[in-house]
Design a protein around this ligand. Structure first.
Ligand code: GDP
Ligand code: ADP
Ligand code: 5GP
Length: 207
């Protein structure tokens, strides 16, 4: 067999748990993992670059893309649409690349239904007061948005047991180490690496 498909990692967390910071650090530490750039109708935050953090699109375009079946999954989160390109995922995973999807819980369920072998990870904050502190500390969202995200966080945390792995983001470096361990473990799965078996058998036996 040749051309094993790559792994799909789904990372979910309540807003403010540190998902974006952890994923950025993970991609740096494990350069073979590629991030899926989502489409969204949310306005860019300060410093966010179109095509890098998100593909920022209008509601009209997003709705046309839904109708055209362009999304592997999509969901409405805090009043904005978010979605993952079906074609990009299919092409990159078939080419053997490891992909990471930073999506919400609704999207995670849709992706797991399409790719049951995907590795689903939930990032937990150490506590709700700490989550609130981080959300406010980030300074990117209005008071109204922070309040809404906090009230959603409880319900989202209750869904954590449906994931394959839980990572608590208390000490950042430790949580990063946990994520790296998951990536490395997935790469060791037999289905990901037929080539060493082929190489050993191709050599034959001399005795
Ligand atoms: P964050 O809470 O700071 O990560 O804020 P974002 O605006 O970056 O993300 C908002 C929500 O949309 C988060 O729950 C993301 O995980 C989710 N999200 C991002 N991209 C996607 C996607 O492609 N599909 C789905 N279903 N959710 C996404
Ligand atoms: P999310 O993408 O889950 O909404 P962010 O990555 O934006 O979360 O993190 C929210 C805030 O918390 C940021 O200001 C970030 O710097 C901070 N943060 C992330 N991880 C930790 C940690 N382990 N300890 C303290 N602060 C953290
Ligand atoms: P934010 O607006 O703070 O960037 O993201 C809010 C939420 O939307 C986060 O929980 C994030 O994971 C989620 N999100 C971002 N992109 C997608 C996506 O493509 N699909 C889904 N379902 N959720 C997404």
């Amino acid at each position: 067999m040749s051309g094993a498909a790559g792994s799909i990692f789904i990372v979910v967390a309540p807003s403010g748990a540190g998902k974006t910071s952890l994923v950025a650090a993970l991609l740096k530490a494990e350069p073979g993992v590629e991030l899926s750039v989502s489409f969204t109708t949310r306005a860019p935050r300060q410093g966010e670059v179109d095509g890098q953090h998100y593909h920022f699109v209008s509601r009209e375009l997003f709705e046309r893309m839904i109708a055209d079946g362009d999304f592997l999954e999509h969901a409405e989160v805090y009043g904005n649409y978010y979605g993952t390109s079906r074609r990009w995922i299919a092409e990159r995973v078939a080419a053997g690349h490891d992909l990471l999807l930073e999506i919400d819980w609704q999207g995670a369920r849709q992706v797991r239904a399409a790719f049951p072998e995907a590795v689903a990870v939930f990032i937990l904050p150490p506590s709700l007061p700490e989550l609130e502190k981080r959300l406010r500390g980030r300074g990117t969202d209005s008071e109204e948005v922070v309040a809404r995200r906090l009230s959603e966080a409880r319900a989202e945390i209750a869904l954590a047991p449906e994931y394959d792995y839980l990572v608590v983001n208390d000490d950042f470096e430790r949580a990063l180490g946990d994520l790296r361990a998951l990536v490395r473990t997935a790469r060791l799965r037999a289905a990901q690496q037929q080539s060493p078996v082929d190489a050993i058998l191709a050599e034959g036996v001399s005795a």
